[in-house]
Write a protein that binds this ligand. Structure first.
Ligand SMILES: Cc1cc2nc3c(=O)[nH]c(=O)nc-3n(C[C@H](O)[C@H](O)[C@H](O)COP(=O)(O)O)c2cc1C
Length: 360
């Protein structure tokens, strides 16, 4: 059977498509509106060529770095994605176990607010370093309770998603009348009337419009700082202007992201936005001060590009759903990052229309 195992994420995606109900597959796979940004997220990696340097010893490789004071074996973390039980019955508990087991490739999991497992269950399941992803709700007391819970359960940082004051218009979800499983973490905190009447459409969108606060602003970052001592990362920044404001607001870092093309369509792909942000601000997408001092992002970039263009986006879900297994530290995962090491000895050539390539 071994020889029939998928060898790359596209093959897992095909299996996942067969295994999952259409509504769930489309939710994981889809983007907002015309899905231009979703397509660009992938195409943008294809425009970056690697310039391999030969006759360089790659027998000993070290991708380790430090993120918010935690030494990690590689600069790869598990992004927050909601409702893992849509893809696997064990949900986020299995993901956390895999994150802890894969200590050669990823050791940090960012748990989504929309986790289909209780935050307590995930915390008890393994010793991965965990960050908690938060949205700001109209009801600030709910957001504050979630932050306190994350703090008391040993989560190490709050990842505030700032690109979702309103949910992106995900047309596949509207068509499928997407039903998002209620998050057990909101039980007892917030009730939601999911009776759509005759209106139809995505229940997820309706839940978001009833609960998320569209007045979200920099004042809320101040508010969040006032209620927690945990470091705060802002997720969803794609311009140098906002990165600069984030520094001024005193957050620990920004995560350059367009939410996988699921929020504002025609926003730039994250990998292209990275080019803008370091150029103006000389800082890293994760940990501004550390990386600024060490120039870390430049050192890791070619390797990361190679890896990300093949393994980014919703690949965790394809892998889980396509294999029919809970994610583990599979034989497949470690091999690709190791090959990507070689990329660590390359530099990148950014090739863009109408612009000469340059190396970083
Ligand atoms: C199925 C799915 C669910 C997601 N759920 C969340 C979420 O709950 N919170 C969040 O901040 N981002 C969520 N994301 C976005 C991811 O964290 C991540 O930003 C995206 O997959 C990669 O795009 P990027 O490179 O632009 O960050 C989700 C993505 C997918 C595919």
């Amino acid at each position: 059977m071994e020889h029939n195992l998928p060898v790359n994420v596209r093959e897992y995606q095909e299996l996942a498509k067969k295994a999952l109900p259409k509504m769930h597959y489309d939710y994981i796979n889809g983007g907002a509106e015309d899905e231009y940004t979703l397509r660009e997220n992938i195409a943008a990696y294809g425009r970056i060529m690697l310039r391999p340097r030969v006759l360089v010893d790659v027998s000993k490789i070290d991708m380790s770095t430090n993120l918010l004071g935690y030494d990690i074996p590689s600069p790869i973390i598990v992004a927050p994605t909601g409702a893992h039980k849509l893809a696997n019955p064990e949900g986020e508990v299995a993901t956390a176990r895999a994150a802890a087991a894969c200590n050669t490739i990823m050791h940090i999991q960012v748990l989504s607010f929309g986790s289909s497992c209780k935050i307590q269950e995930v915390a008890a399941s393994c010793d991965a370093i965990r960050f908690f992803q938060l949205y700001i709700y109209k009801r600030r007391d709910v957001s504050a309770t979630l932050v306190r819970r994350a703090e008391s359960l040993g989560f190490k940082a709050i990842v505030l998603t700032v690109d979702t004051p309103v949910l992106g218009r995900r047309e596949a979800d509207i068509r499928n009348k997407m039903v998002f499983p209620p998050s057990p973490n909101l039980e007892g905190l917030m009730s939601f009337n999911d009776d759509l009447g005759t209106g139809g459409g995505s229940k997820l969108e309706r839940f978001a419009s009833e609960t998320l606060d569209p007045s979200l602003s920099w004042k809320d970052v101040e508010w969040l700082k006032s209620i927690t001592s945990l470091p705060i990362l802002l997720k969803g920044v794609v311009t140098a202007e906002d990165a600069r404001k984030a520094v001024e607001a005193g957050v620990a870092g920004v995560i350059v992201s367009n939410h996988g093309g699921r929020q504002l369509d025609y926003a730039p792909p994250a990998i292209a936005a990275l080019e803008e942000i370091p150029a103006e601000q000389q800082m890293h997408c994760w940990n501004l001060e550390h990386m600024q001092q060490h120039g870390g992002w430049v050192a890791h970039l070619p390797m990361l590009i190679r890896l990300l263009r093949r393994w980014r986006g919703p690949c965790r879900c394809w892998w889980t759903a396509g294999s029919g297994e809970a994610p583990t530290c599979s034989r497949r995962w470690p091999s690709e990052p190791r090959q990507s090491w070689w990329g660590g000895r390359c530099s990148t050539g950014w090739r863009r229309a109408g612009r000469p390539g340059r190396s970083t």
